[in-house]
Design a protein around this ligand. Structure first.
Ligand code: GLN
Length: 295
């Protein structure tokens, strides 16, 4: 790439390179990456348009451009991603939070419309802590536990819950699902791994190469995590309490069956995401009825 005369020219060159490389959102990505190098917000880049390009800005911009063209997602390059208007740092142990997952937050908040409710919340497979942080911010008297099998994820979740300003209301635990927990929760949420193992090799490159397999691999039929979680829900949920789980494409029926087999009341239909895909399912532990199953 030729030396650019000014920042505007550099940005245009970056966008052109991203375009010919087949990147879907070249304008946005070019702007965001260059803003990162300049240390400004993407919307402020215009203020630098006439500035000369310092050599280290040029070389840093080229390095980020090469990473993006080789398929690394912008969020991984920047090391953070916005979710529910909060900022989440990322590590190799965490998924990049997806907008689809905001469906889980919406459904959980609707189940508990009282902002002042002193809820006890459990997030199984918390990853970056995105769901738990959003819920604790929206319900300021709630407390939460986040569990993750990956220690690196639990550490990152703790950091992110700090950024969200809710550290004093949360505990992070390294463990397998709810094995180490007894119960008493008002709300259990999870975005578990739900990709069928045979589909892992055909996931988009940005997912396959950069998201942790532990957070994606749902076993042979994609339902392993739902089996583990639904078996524990009757013990974890208080009578009348609620579970909200994220779903993979086409999993509503199978997951509803698992939840019903565990004695929970499933609310159908599941909540769709912005693409119209059934994305979040709610199941309630009945207030009355047979005592909770124990393992
Ligand atoms: N939503 C992610 C994807 O489609 C998968 C995340 C998960 O398995 N929970 O790539």
């Amino acid at each position: 790439m030729q030396d650019a005369q000014d920042i505007r020219a550099l940005r245009r060159q970056m966008v052109a390179e991203l375009t010919v490389s087949g990147i879907q959102t070249p304008e946005l990505d070019g702007r965001v990456l260059l803003a990162h190098v300049l240390g400004c917000a993407p919307g402020e880049i215009i203020l630098h348009d006439e500035s000369p390009v310092e050599p280290d800005v040029f070389s840093q911009a080229m390095a980020l451009l090469v990473r993006r063209i080789s398929g690394e997602p912008v969020a991984r390059i920047l090391g953070h991603r916005e979710f529910w208007s909060l900022d989440f740092n990322l590590s190799p142990d965490t998924l990049v939070p997806r907008p689809d997952t905001e469906t889980v937050v919406e459904l959980a908040l609707e189940a508990f419309p009282d902002r002042e409710a002193p809820l006890r919340i459990l997030d199984l497979g918390t990853g970056s802590g995105a769901i738990l942080a959003a819920l604790l911010v929206e319900r300021p008297r709630a407390t939460g536990i986040g569990v993750d099998l990956a220690e690196g994820a639990a550490r990152m979740a703790r950091h992110n819950l700090g950024l969200a300003g809710v550290t004093d209301r949360v505990a992070l635990v390294v463990g397998s699902w709810a094995q180490c927990l007894t119960g008493g929760f008002d709300l259990v949420v999870s975005n578990p791994p739900y990709i069928q193992r045979s589909d892992l090799p055909v996931l988009p490159w940005e997912v396959r190469a950069y998201d942790p397999e532990l957070a994606l691999d749902g076993g042979d039929d994609g339902l392993d995590a739902y089996r583990a979680i639904s078996a524990d829900l009757p013990r974890l949920l208080k009578p009348g309490a609620v579970a909200v789980l994220e779903l993979g494409i086409g999993q509503e029926g199978d997951v509803a069956d698992l939840l019903e087999q565990a004695g929970l009341q499933v609310c159908r239909p599941a909540r769709a995401d912005l693409s119209g895909i059934a994305r979040a399912i709610r199941a309630d532990r009945p207030r009355q009825g047979p005592p909770a199953m124990t393992k």
